[in-house]
Design a protein around this ligand. Structure first.
Ligand SMILES: *Cc1c(COP(=O)(O)O)cnc(C)c1O
Ligand code: SF4
Length: 345
């Protein structure tokens, strides 16, 4: 059982399978997994020490996901910035290309949790082709970010074909891939994959580690293979209650990433995605955590703390100034100069 496809096929997808290993009642989890898919790779499963721990919280369905809330199914208003279904074009010089509708594991806090792993995010080849054609026709785009879902769940030949077509677009200066595979399914990072990726330079990869326990020997080896292929590695972490909302945990994560040649890039205040209220951390706490890193972690290892407002105005950095709005609200200024008020938690 060593190929990545076999590892993926051995993932748990039903709460009953969890009940065989942990002392839990699977019944309340069934409705959650029907609404938002469950998929836990063998590696992720092996990292769970007990129900409710940081790995469990990220991977196992929680009845709290179904509680009514005032949050959004499309928390970044991506639909308004999608000229064709496979592209999100929010900034003049950058665009997202959605190339995969599935992931190795389904994160309970995912911003696209209402669509990921379901037909809504499974674009046809023709739709991805249309996306590439759109990008080819927009000379102001310099930077394309492959996302989904997880782009590295595509088979090598399909991925290579997509990347090579993008590479032939003269105005694209860099390509980026966002992936959680180094965390959940590091076997996917085969030498063949690294060779294929190295043909597409300049190519950057952003990984998605959220907790020091995810820095496993297998993840470390996968990142080393990517770095040895000349791919600069960054990491995007989501600030999550009960997972990494703690200065010690965050410092340990950031230092561990640096030691793996992965540079902490962004710490994200969680998007206002429906079904994720139980993960929310106050911005004030996020600021305390970031401030606590200064002086304790190499400057190279301190991510920028960002929020992506639900109107689709684009990411903005969070600082103490954002708290000036007072009680329970934060204010940020968009790139266009507009003041945006957001929930402080
Ligand atoms: C986050 C994001 C990007 C990339 O932003 P960077 O700050 O350059 O990493 C590009 N497009 C969209 C729609 C995004 O949400
Ligand atoms: S890997 Fe990324 S896209 Fe996939 S479920 Fe997790 S957060 Fe969402």
């Amino acid at each position: 059982m060593n190929s990545w496809q076999q590892q993926l096929a051995a993932s748990l997808t039903r709460p009953e399978q969890l009940a065989e290993r942990f002392d839990i009642d699977p019944v309340p989890l069934r409705a959650v997994a029907e609404r938002y898919p469950m998929q836990i790779t063998p590696l992720t499963l092996s990292l769970i020490e007990q129900p409710g721990d940081p790995i469990w919280r990220q991977a196992v369905p929680d009845p709290a996901e179904l509680l009514p809330d005032q949050l959004y199914e499309d928390p970044l208003n991506e639909a308004a910035f999608a000229p064709v279904p496979a592209v999100v074009h929010r900034y003049p010089d950058r665009a997202l290309l959605l190339v995969s509708g599935t992931c190795a594991g389904y994160c309970r806090f995912c911003t696209r949790k209402s669509r990921v792993g379901r037909p809504a995010l499974c674009l046809s080849e023709q739709q991805v082709d249309e996306g590439i054609a759109y990008i080819a026709a927009q000379p102001e785009i310099r930077d394309v970010i492959l996302t989904g879902g997880d782009p590295l769940l595509l088979e090598d030949d399909r991925l290579a074909e997509r990347l090579e077509r993008l590479r032939r677009i003269r105005h694209l200066e860099i390509l980026r891939i966002g992936t959680r595979v180094p965390v959940t399914l590091p076997e996917r990072v085969t030498p063949q994959l690294c060779t294929l990726l190295a043909r597409c330079h300049p190519l950057y990869i952003n990984t998605h580690f959220n907790h020091p326990r995810e820095l496993t020997p297998a993840a470390r080896a996968a990142c080393a293979r990517l770095a040895d292929a000349g791919i600069p590695l960054g990491n995007q972490t989501v600030l999550l209650r009960g997972v990494n909302d703690d200065p010690e945990v965050m410092a340990c994560l950031c230092r561990g990433l640096l030691a793996m040649r992965v540079r902490p890039y962004y710490l994200h205040q969680m998007d206002l995605a429906r079904g994720t209220t139980h993960f929310r951390v106050p911005v004030e706490r996020g600021l305390e955590i970031i401030e606590s890193l200064r002086g304790r972690v190499s400057g190279l290892g301190i991510p920028a703390y960002m929020v992506d407002p639900p109107g689709g105005e684009g990411k903005v950095m969070l600082t103490r100034d954002c708290l000036a709005a007072g009680e329970g609200t934060i204010q940020v200024r968009s790139a266009q100069g507009d003041v945006i008020l957001l929930p402080g938690c």
